[in-house]
Ligand binder design. Structure first.
Ligand code: PAF
Length: 293
C-alpha cells in the first residue's frame, strides 16, 4: 500500500525574477540536462499539462512560464479579466512534475524604458493577425524574451493555437534562435470542445452552443473524406453548422495551407480548417487538420 509520503508530489521551484530563472537553468545545463520550455499564461488545463508531460518526457529540466502578457491583448480585449490562478497552477504543475515555474511581474518582463519588439513574420498577417492587430507582435516579443531567458533546447506549444505556433516557428528560424519548436495535439473535452483557459467564461448554454465549433470542423473533415475538394464548399458547410447553433459573430472560417496559412481553393494535399467566433462575449478559436484522401 502506498504511504502518504510516496504519494506526495515534489513542488516545482517557483521563481519570479529573470536572474533566478537564469541561475536555475544554468545549473541544469552545467549538469548536462536538456531544457524544455512550456510558455503559458496560466489558468492551466489539461492542454497545458499535456505540453508539460511532453517536455518531461523529452528533457531533463522542464521550465513552465506563467505570465499574462499585456502586449498581446488589444485595448478592448480580456486582459483584466483573464484568469490568474497561480496557486492552483503550481499545484497542477507539481502533480505533473514540472521542475521550475517562472512567474514574473509585468515590470520584470517589461521594465521602464523597454521598447523593443519583434515584427512578426508574414504568416502572422491573416486571420488572428487581422482580427487582433498587434497580437502577434506581443506574442513574438514575449516568446523571444522567454527563449532568451530560459535558453531552452526545446519549446512546446499546442496545436489549438495553430497560427501562433506557425508564427513562433518562423520567428525562431528567421532570428536564428537555437530552439526546437514542438507542436503537440489539441486536447479536447470528451464532447469535442477544445480546451482553453477562456472556456471558463462560458455559461452552461454558451458551452453547449460552443460545441458547434468543433462539430463544424469535424463535418468539414468528413466532407473532405467523402471526396469534397472545394474549399469554398467546406467553408460553407462549416458556416452552416455554426449558423444552426446561432453562432453569428464569426471572425473567420477558412481552409488554408498548413505552412503558409494562405487560403486554398482546392484540397491538393493536407489543409487546415480554421475557425474564430464569439459565443456570447467569449471569443474562441479552433482548427482541424484535413487530410486529402
Ligand atoms: O499561448 C499562450 O498562452 C500565449 O500566447 C504565450 C505563448 C504563452 C505567449 O504569451
Amino acid at each position: 500500500m502506498s504511504t502518504p509520503t510516496s504519494l506526495a508530489t515534489e513542488r516545482p521551484r517557483l521563481v519570479h525574477t529573470a536572474e533566478e530563472l537564469r541561475a536555475g537553468v544554468q545549473a541544469a545545463r552545467v549538469a548536462g540536462r536538456r531544457i524544455g520550455l512550456v510558455p503559458t499564461m496560466g489558468a492551466l488545463h489539461e492542454g497545458h499539462l499535456s505540453l508539460v508531460r511532453a517536455a518531461q518526457a523529452a528533457c531533463g529540466l522542464t521550465v513552465v512560464t506563467v505570465f499574462v502578457n499585456p502586449t498581446q491583448f488589444g485595448p478592448q480585449e480580456d486582459f483584466d479579466k483573464y484568469p490568474r490562478t497561480l496557486a492552483s497552477d503550481v499545484d497542477a504543475l507539481a502533480a505533473c512534475r514540472a521542475d521550475l515555474v517562472f512567474a514574473p511581474s509585468r515590470e520584470e518582463m517589461y521594465p521602464a524604458g523597454c521598447s523593443t519588439c519583434v515584427e512578426p513574420p508574414a504568416v502572422a498577417r491573416r486571420w488572428e493577425g487581422e482580427c487582433r492587430p498587434g497580437h502577434f507582435r506581443g506574442v513574438a516579443t514575449v516568446v523571444l524574451k522567454l527563449f532568451n531567458l530560459a535558453q531552452a533546447d526545446v519549446a512546446f506549444f499546442g496545436q489549438k493555437d495553430y497560427q501562433q505556433a506557425a508564427v513562433i516557428r518562423q520567428m525562431a528560424q528567421d532570428l536564428n534562435v537555437p530552439v526546437e519548436i514542438r507542436v503537440c495535439p489539441t486536447v479536447r473535452e470528451p464532447d469535442g470542445l477544445a480546451m482553453s483557459s477562456r472556456n471558463r467564461y462560458l455559461s452552461a448554454d454558451e458551452r453547449r452552443q460552443a460545441l458547434a465549433i468543433s462539430r463544424s470542423l469535424r463535418w468539414a473533415d468528413q466532407l473532405a473524406a467523402g471526396g469534397e475538394r472545394r474549399a469554398a464548399k467546406l467553408a460553407e458547410a462549416m458556416q452552416g453548422v455554426l449558423a444552426e447553433a446561432q453562432i453569428r459573430q464569426i471572425d473567420y472560417v477558412a481552409v488554408v495551407d498548413p505552412d503558409t496559412l494562405e487560403p486554398v481553393s482546392e484540397l491538393a494535399g493536407p489543409a487546415i480548417a480554421l475557425i474564430a467566433a464569439k459565443v456570447g462575449t467569449t471569443r474562441l478559436i479552433d482548427n482541424w487538420r484535413i487530410e486529402r484522401t
